[in-house]
Design a protein around this ligand. Structure first.
Ligand SMILES: NC(=O)c1ccc[n+]([C@@H]2O[C@H](COP(=O)([O-])OP(=O)(O)OC[C@H]3O[C@@H](n4cnc5c(N)ncnc54)[C@H](OP(=O)(O)O)[C@@H]3O)[C@@H](O)[C@H]2O)c1
Length: 347
């Protein structure tokens, strides 16, 4: 395993995990209010991500956002085994994994979860998510114009067949909770109508430039915890995920002004805002200083009410992870994936 880039000597602090805030889910379970993202994009190797998990745990992180498609669950599993073999109890960790899009088939859900469990070297997950509501496979790292010839739109009956198997995972004790990711209000309406076991969490893009206020309020009102991915605006996302209209929350003048006043990095202000607003951010980092600063953001002095109001105003509906590769027909706009007309986009 590659070592992390040398740890600066002044970084000797950690955060007592019992001080890190948590969110109480509809089940009564407590989920740490910050997690470590583990998607290395095209930049961080699988071993570098695993080493970041090990170092993050030593700093006090207890929540890890994994997924089979990130390709590194086996490396991260070795770290979990070491941690659990050296005194950490399984119930002190919160481990999330996700079902990838080519595994929505009824016969694929349980084996996929079992594979993640084997790779992560644990007996159960705390949370298993359906990664995207589309069963459309594309090769990792493919170009934004790539499309599966078998691509399909969201078909609720298909999704519910997958969801029944997700429910079975809970019944069998393979995961404590199930949840959704990359959903919209109209899709969620249907799932909540038909689910036997409700999603406890929806994972979604959330940062100051993309606050999704209506969906956020919708979820909170229904007791579903929003988990915010790309909470810093994913500054190192691959070129294929960039468009000229994209903006960066860590370069926002309001956020930079608050950061300057508090002598913090703008990224840390984004994390403070996220935690105070009530979502669970899952920032990715392999940098020791950033890992520590992001964790400390959850236990240090909060932003003022005025800061929170000022950040609320910088939202401009700037979705960064648009999902082009999931489009199912020619000449479609990526907005079709997100049901912008308030109904599930028809086939
Ligand atoms: N459910 C989904 O469909 C989905 C989609 C996308 C992402 N995710 C999850 O969300 C996680 C996070 O999203 P993301 O990786 O796209 O983006 P992100 O967390 O918004 O940004 C990560 C980047 O920010 C930098 N960074 C982190 N902390 C920093 C700090 N304190 N100061 C300055 N720079 C800092 C990191 O660089 P350094 O390494 O140098 O710190 C890294 O390049 C992923 O890893 C994944 O687990 C889920």
């Amino acid at each position: 395993m590659e070592p992390l880039t040398s740890v600066p000597s002044q970084i000797v602090e950690s955060v007592n995990p019992s001080l890190i805030p948590s969110r109480t889910l509809a089940s009564g379970a407590k989920m740490p209010a910050i997690g470590l993202g583990t998607f290395g994009s095209d930049n961080a190797s699988h071993d570098a991500v695993a080493e970041a998990v090990r170092y993050a745990a030593s700093l006090g992180y207890r929540h890890f956002d994994c997924a089979s498609v990130y390709g590194n669950e086996d490396r991260i599993g070795r770290v979990f085994r070491q941690l659990l073999g050296s005194g950490l109890r399984r119930e002190e960790l919160w481990i999330t994994s996700k079902l990838w899009n080519d595994k929505h088939g009824e016969d694929d859900v349980i084996p996929s979860c079992e594979k993640s469990l084997a790779d992560l070297q644990v007996d159960y997950l705390d949370l298993y998510l359906v990664h995207w509501p589309f069963p459309n496979h594309h090769p990792p790292g493919c170009d934004v114009t790539a499309r599966s010839p078998h691509a399909l739109p969201y078909i609720h009956e298909h999704y519910m067949r997958t969801w029944r198997k997700m429910e079975e995972l809970v019944d069998r004790g393979l995961t404590r909770h199930i949840g959704t990711s990359n959903m919209t209000i109209p899709k969620m309406d249907l799932v909540l109508r038909d689910a036997r076991i409700r999603p406890v969490v929806n994972e979604m893009e959330l940062h100051p430039h993309f606050q999704q206020p209506d969906f956020f309020r919708y979820l909170i009102a229904r007791g579903i915890q929003p988990v915010g991915y790309s909470p810093l605006g994913s500054p190192a996302r691959p070129e294929r995920d960039r468009t000229p209209e994209d903006t960066s929350p860590t370069e926002d003048s309001v956020i930079c002004r608050i950061a300057h006043r508090l002598d913090l990095h703008p990224a840390v202000v984004c994390i403070k805002w996220a935690v105070q607003r009530g979502q669970i951010p899952i920032p990715f980092s392999t940098n020791p200083r950033n890992l520590l600063n992001n964790l400390r953001a959850t236990v240090s002095a909060p932003l003022t009410a005025d800061d929170m109001k000022a950040i609320e105003k910088v939202d401009h509906n700037c979705r960064l992870i648009k999902g082009h590769v999931f489009l199912w027909k020619e000449n479609q706009l990526w907005e079709d994936l997100w049901d912008v007309n308030g109904v599930v986009t028809p086939a």
